[in-house]
Write a protein that binds this ligand. Sequence first.
Ligand SMILES: *[C@@H]1O[C@H](CO)[C@@H](O)[C@H](O)[C@H]1NC(C)=O
Ligand SMILES: *[C@@H]1O[C@H](CO)[C@@H](O)[C@H](O)[C@H]1NC(C)=O
Ligand SMILES: *[C@@H]1O[C@H](CO)[C@@H](O)[C@H](O)[C@H]1NC(C)=O
Ligand SMILES: *[C@@H]1O[C@H](CO)[C@@H](O)[C@H](O)[C@H]1NC(C)=O
Ligand SMILES: *[C@@H]1O[C@H](CO)[C@@H](O)[C@H](O)[C@H]1NC(C)=O
Ligand SMILES: *[C@@H]1O[C@H](CO)[C@@H](O)[C@H](O)[C@H]1NC(C)=O
Length: 371
Amino acid sequence: MHLSRLLPLGFVASVSAQALSAVLSTNNATLSTLSSLLATVPDLVQTLSGAQNITIFAPSNEAFSKLLARNPRSAELMRNPRLLTGVLQYHVLVGRTPASEFSTTPKFPITMLTAPFANVTGGQKLEIATVNNTAMIFSGYKQAAVVTDVAFDGGIIHVVDTVLTVPATPGQTAINTGLTSLAGALTSAQLADGLNALVDVTIFAPSNDAFEAIGSAAGTLDTQALANILAYHVVSGQVRFSPDLLTAANPLSVLTAQGGNITVRRENGQLFVNSARVLIADILTTNGVVHVIDNVLNPSNTTATLNAAATTQAPAFSGVTSVVDSPFTAGIVPTTTFIPATVPLNKGVAAAIPTAAILLAGGAAMLAAHF
Ligand SMILES: *[C@@H]1O[C@H](CO)[C@@H](O)[C@H](O)[C@H]1NC(C)=O
Ligand SMILES: *[C@@H]1O[C@H](CO)[C@@H](O)[C@H](O)[C@H]1NC(C)=O
Ligand SMILES: *[C@@H]1O[C@H](CO)[C@@H](O)[C@H](O)[C@H]1NC(C)=O
Ligand SMILES: *[C@@H]1O[C@H](CO)[C@@H](O)[C@H](O)[C@H]1NC(C)=O
Ligand SMILES: *[C@@H]1O[C@H](CO)[C@@H](O)[C@H](O)[C@H]1NC(C)=O
Ligand SMILES: *[C@@H]1O[C@H](CO)[C@@H](O)[C@H](O)[C@H]1NC(C)=O
């Protein structure tokens, strides 16, 4: 069924709605799947028809085919109007975002997706940026979508080649992006549920390599000591994306959930936290953002020193030795394969990202696993 037959009479009076129905009908060859999905959620269509100054990222038929191939269960999820509405709300920006708004400095505009599917003040966000001279969108697990058609930019509709992934909880994000040591450590410290339930967080997430580097200490930490260390990686009540951290005071002292402060620094366009380098910035979660770092931070170490020129940093724990197997991963089964996109920090100054840090196990992907 074509969308325009479902639209209330007032729809055509709305600029954005006109653009929506015009794009859908003139691009039926590309957007018929989206049209038929929208037909199953008339409440959302009505909301969009009444809205002004919105931007819609319209997944192409190919985008839905790719999703289905990756995760056959997505078809079933799409038949649930509540879940479909959530997914589609994540494709709508509050505000006009013409193609000219994409730049090498990432932006994080607000989408229509809110509670209960997101725990960030003001609504869940997307990352938009120009990477490799291509206008791109980064959604949950830092999955990339390419804006394939900006002919209808008018600030309103862009066709995208990938269905955007609704950001998952920090715990799921850790497991599904290969941060299995962190996922296991959070579980061991009984912090996972509490962290997932926070509103507005910034989490500095040590890679598996980082946990391996302090491996000999892993077995000696009791629950409380581990919780104390992990809490030192969490900034509660603030969502700090990389462009913000790259332009803030340098160095920047930030209070953590542990009670101590971490120091964020930038050197040569790269970001550091105490003596750790940010490897992957800006992975969106239900409740904020995760930045992957290459060292485990130590709240008891006031003398940990950064060597920005080095590819790896000395562990911030005295007397530790490394181990081969990732600590804390017993019983942690990676459920999906999502490799975060490589986006240079700060206009092309790329961080060296050791691929081992993001090595992933296979498994069936799941759309918005937290629904
Ligand atoms: C749009 O495409 C679908 C599937 O290809 C087709 O069933 C439908 O009739 C088309 N609608 C219009 C208005 O062309
Ligand atoms: C939409 O944007 C226009 C131009 O920026 C502005 O004048 C108008 O007030 C906005 N409308 C709403 C409802 O925000
Ligand atoms: C949001 O936080 C509440 C508690 O603060 C929690 O119950 C809920 O599951 C969270 N929502 C998501 C999508 O994680
Ligand atoms: C810790 O950081 C906060 C800002 O988050 C700042 O106000 C405070 O002065 C810092 N404390 C120390 C001891 O540096
Ligand atoms: C603090 O970190 C440095 C590396 O930056 C390390 O050499 C030192 O042993 C650590 N001290 C403590 C008390 O953990
Ligand atoms: C940008 O190009 C580099 C080099 O070809 C590639 O490694 C990287 O994955 C690309 N980034 C995105 C987001 O496509």
